[in-house]
Ligand binder design. Structure first.
Ligand code: NAD
Length: 295
């Protein structure tokens, strides 16, 4: 049985990936420092998976966990745009240097491929539908470090691929932090019977992709022979949904409005051509049905 290493595997997306890998018969090892992840997300696996508590900022830990892995899914990251503005050095250390450690560790081991969780934030305000050849225009240290981490993948001595996630949603997404995804936040407001706050006019759009689709795409990216040199591949649906429409789909109370936050992009949706042509991957879960798959 081949061993898959999932860094950030105690987090939202990582824990769903662990579920899918275990279900498809892989041995799984997770490396996570539990800074935003939770062991609760993995508790149902008991001792069927191996959990290593540690940081990707420690090269020796990266060497240890990558040693006998066949595939590395590298999802460990700080994940807040806002926090990255306040703490850019921390983001450099985790998002960029941590990725370099994992790449070097993978290159020195038997790893067949490293799959990097990158982000549509590398595009900044590029006009939609955004294709992978749009130029980098990062608007935050988080986005800038993801862009540099991708470049490190393309220069690495190991096979790599760089899915760029659009707005991922699903069960286990945290609603208790100001940096949570908008769907988790709106659902909490709806459950509490509190009107949500929308920043700006609410006509800004996002491309929401269900975590189940993302996980399927990640596993395809790990195996596809058509990639391996750090190719960026959008993971989105191609459908743009306004924040106002999202609030009504979630049946929120009528929202309040506050001034738009600086640095927020206006419109975002993915071109899905590369994902289909290179990986045979297409998102299948429509937002209205995905919103019923959250518990
Ligand atoms: N959720 C989204 O919409 C979205 C969009 C674009 C990209 N991404 C990327 O997907 C990945 C997973 O994000 P998520 O939404 O599941 O967030 P998350 O916060 O739930 O997961 C990140 C995980 O990484 C762990 N981690 C953080 N720093 C670490 C370190 N130094 N060493 C080891 N582990 C560390 C955290 O404890 C957590 O379990 C991240 O790389 C993120 O940048 C997510």
């Amino acid at each position: 049985m081949s061993l898959a290493l999932v860094t950030g595997g105690a987090g939202f997306i990582g824990s769903h990936l662990v579920d899918a890998l275990v279900a498809s018969g892989h041995r799984v090892r997770v490396l996570d420092d539990l800074s935003t992840g939770h062991l609760d997300n993995l508790a149902h696996h008991g001792d069927r998976i191996e959990f290593v508590e540690g940081t990707i900022c420690d090269r020796s830990i990266c060497d240890m966990v990558a040693d006998d892995a066949e595939i590395v899914y590298h999802l460990a990251s700080r994940v807040s745009v806002v926090e990255s503005v306040a703490e850019p050095e921390r983001y450099r250390e985790v998002v960029l240097e941590g990725t370099r450690h994992m790449l070097d560790a993978a290159a020195g081991a038997v790893v067949r491929r490293l799959v990097l969780a990158s982000s549509c934030s590398v595009y900044g305000d590029a006009p939609p539908p955004i294709s992978e050849d749009a130029r980098f225009d990062p608007q935050s240290p988080y986005a800038a470090m993801k862009a540099e981490a991708e470049e490190a993948c393309r220069a690495a001595q190991v096979s790599t691929v760089c899915p760029r996630f659009f707005n991922v949603y699903g069960a286990r997404q945290r609603a208790d932090s100001p940096y949570s995804g908008v769907i988790a936040i709106f659902r909490r407001f709806a459950a509490e019977g509190v009107p949500p706050t929308i920043f700006g006019d609410g006509l800004q759009t996002r491309d929401f992709i269900h975590v189940g689709d993302v996980v399927r795409g990640l596993m395809l990216a790990a195996g596809a022979s058509s990639v391996g040199r750090g190719e960026p591949i959008n993971f989105g649906t191609g459908v743009a949904t306004s924040v106002r429409d999202l609030a009504s789909l979630i049946e929120c109370l009528p929202p309040g409005f506050e001034p738009a936050r600086t640095g927020e992009v206006r419109h975002s949706s993915a071109s899905t051509v590369q994902a289909w042509e290179r990986l045979g991957f297409r998102a299948e879960i429509e937002l209205a049905s995905g919103l019923t798959l959250l518990d």
